[in-house]
Design a protein. Sequence first.
Length: 92
Amino acid sequence: MAKRSNSISIDLNVIFRILDVISDQQPHIVNEITEKAGLSKATTVKYIPLLELLGLVEARGRKPKRVLITEKGLRIYTEMLKLYGLLGIQVP
C-alpha cells in the first residue's frame, strides 16, 4: 500500500493529557496546560489548533490564549477514560 504524503501523526496520549487538564470546564492558558500535562510548549501549541479543528476545544483570545473543552471534547475525554479502564491501562 502506498504511503499517503498528506497524512499526519496524532498521539492520542497527548490529546488525553490536554483534555484531562481542561476537563474541569474552566478556561486554561497554554502555559498552564503545558505544565500540568507534562508536555513541551511546542507540543501543546501544535495540538491546540488540531483539537480546535476536531471540535474538542475552543480557544479564545490571543495572548494569553484561553482554552476550554467543548461538550464534544468532554464526551471524547470520558470515552477515553472508559477505554483506558477496559484495557486495564493506567491513566497517564
